[in-house]
Design a protein around this ligand. Structure first.
Ligand code: UDP
Length: 367
């Protein structure tokens, strides 16, 4: 089976730091290849993932274009999709498309017609986005979609749900050398984009009120560290959120922001935390950072929204609440969760091999 894996034009695969979708593609592809699937990657040229073929129109990731106005940014994804459709026609040897490109990937696959290979489009997003598209979508059931959690798909508009063939949870490799529980720090960590939906403002306020140390890690819009943020575009909504709601609580002692962390630094940061905190205000669709925390043996404390109740067993691998003001107490109680239970759950449900077998099952159903 030969699959065209469309990762889009935004970031390399694997990404250097932030990049939820690109991380998942990088995790999935080696496992699929180990199962005998040939993978042609449609992405940017600088991607270093080992594959059986490549399609790209941009050498470098075009992520910064996403911050530009529509009329300056729209051509980027169109150029990428144009290259993908050309490659499909020229090669003529692709059995199936597995697409990860928001909106544009879905409609391109739907427009390819009956002569083209069937397509699976993975919905990595909050499905309240794009109501005009998702509410009227008709891929003739030749294009199928999958969610990254059951709760995400349950909230999808009817037209989109009619094309769904199930959900596949996100996955992460189990860390080779987890930090032992005795070394577990006293701090909590919020790892993710600094964004109102991810609730860093709430975490930062509660850290002062409930008396726990907090490390915030992740980019603010396209800005990865304090130096970049100092000269940031103040009109960017995430920059405004940071400056108005989060930064006032960041004193560098009780609450620190360390910018984007990557690789081993990220693993050590999460593995050394007492809890990974998810003070959600949005229905988190798939929660890569959630399964990463479990794999590192770090209990998850969060608001039980979106995929969290599906991924976390309350009282066993984490502590969930419907009351955001209770999160501070739960950070203190997180020591009652056994890191070994978190890792066992990650090994059972969220490994790359589990995810790849689930996707292969969907590919076979489509074919
Ligand atoms: N991430 C990272 N460094 C950071 C912040 C986030 O490597 O400083 C990674 C994180 O480990 C995860 C991804 O970016 O793999 C975020 O994916 P998630 O599904 O949690 O959130 P999204 O941003 O896609 O809503």
């Amino acid at each position: 089976m030969r699959v065209l894996m469309n990762a889009g034009p935004w970031l390399p695969v694997p990404p250097a730091g932030y990049g939820g979708i690109e991380n998942i593609v990088a995790t999935l592809v080696p496992e699929l290849r180990a199962l005998g699937v040939e993978v042609v990657l449609a992405g940017v040229g600088e991607s270093t993932l080992e594959v059986d073929g490549r399609v790209s129109v941009f050498e470098r990731g075009q992520f910064p274009a996403l911050q530009k106005p529509y009329n300056q940014a729209v051509g980027v994804v169109q150029a990428h999709q144009h290259a993908v459709t050309r490659a499909l026609a020229e090669r003529g040897d692709i059995d199936l498309i597995h697409d990860h490109v928001e909106a544009a990937g879905l409609v391109t696959a739907a427009a390819l017609g009956d002569g083209a290979p069937p397509a699976l489009h993975t919905l990595h997003w909050d499905l309240h986005k794009h109501p005009e598209l998702y509410g009227t979508f008709d891929g003739g059931k030749r294009v199928r979609v999958n969610g990254v959690s059951a709760s995400q798909l349950a909230r999808a508009p009817r037209a989109l749900r009619d094309h769904a063939i199930g959900h596949v949870h996100l996955a992460t490799p189990l860390a080779a050398q987890p930090v032992p529980a005795v070394n577990r720090g006293s701090y909590a960590v919020v790892l993710g984009r600094i964004n109102p939906g991810k609730g860093q403002d709430l975490a930062a306020r509660l850290a002062h009120e409930a008396g726990f140390d907090l490390v915030l890690a992740g980019p603010v819009g396209p800005y990865h560290n304090a130096a970049e943020l100092a000269v940031a575009d103040g009109d960017n909504p995430d920059v405004r959120f940071w400056r108005e709601k989060v930064a006032p609580h960041v004193d560098g002692v009780r609450v620190r922001w360390i910018g984007t962390v990557t690789g081993r630094d990220r693993d050590l940061l999460v593995a050394g935390a007492r809890a990974a905190l998810f003070p959600l205000r949005w229905a988190e669709p798939g929660g890569t950072a959630v399964v990463e925390s479990l794999a590192l043996g770090t209990p998850v404390v969060g608001v039980g929204m979106g995929c969290l109740p599906e991924l976390i067993e309350d009282g066993h691998t984490g502590l969930l609440t419907g009351d955001e003001e209770a999160l501070g107490d739960l950070v203190h109680k997180a020591v009652t969760i056994d890191p070994a239970d978190c890792r066992a759950e990650a090994r059972r449900r969220f490994t790359p091999a589990v995810m790849a077998r689930a996707y292969l099952g969907l590919y076979e159903r489509l074919l």
